[in-house]
Design a protein around this ligand. Structure first.
Ligand code: DQA
Length: 138
């Protein structure tokens, strides 16, 4: 089982960025834990602050992996291109948001990804990525 985790803009700052919203752990530390919890899963991790790079990751990893966990961060709410990339691939994509986007500003309530996602997990902190792994494992 090969799972790709793709994170969008500013998620490279997890651990330091608004810890009251996103928690105090870096994604690298969280990923180490996740890998040790699922030794039989092969994880690949990609992060970019650039919209087109995220589209490239989705297209490429959509051919090489069994599932994608995608937190497109702010591009979730703006990017038709990322939504189109998710629609274009044949593997399940689980959309994750660390915070509860529906309890925040109205511009965060709409997602261009959700329509094409296998499912959406919001508001459970970093644990959402683990729930997404569980959902992909079936
Ligand atoms: C986020 C929510 C987005 O609205 C925000 O722009 C992010 C992170 C989340 O994980 O809660 O950068 O996707």
């Amino acid at each position: 089982m090969k799972i790709a985790i793709i994170n969008g803009p500013n998620l490279n700052l997890l651990g330091n960025r608004q810890p009251e919203i996103y928690g105090g752990k870096s994604f690298e530390d969280f990923l180490k834990e996740l890998k040790s919890q699922y030794p039989n899963v092969e994880f690949d991790y990609a992060q970019s602050n650039v919209e087109g790079e995220l589209v490239n990751f989705i297209q490429e990893m959509g051919q090489t992996h069994n599932g994608i966990i995608l937190n497109a961060a702010a591009y979730t709410h703006t990017s038709i291109a990322i939504g189109d990339a998710v629609a274009a691939i044949d593997i399940p994509v689980v959309e994750v948001h660390i915070s509860n986007i529906h309890a925040r500003e109205t511009f965060r309530h709409h997602s261009y990804v959700s329509k094409y996602a296998a499912g959406v997990i919001v508001g459970f902190g970093m644990k959402g990525y683990k729930l997404a792994v569980e959902s992909l494992l079936g």
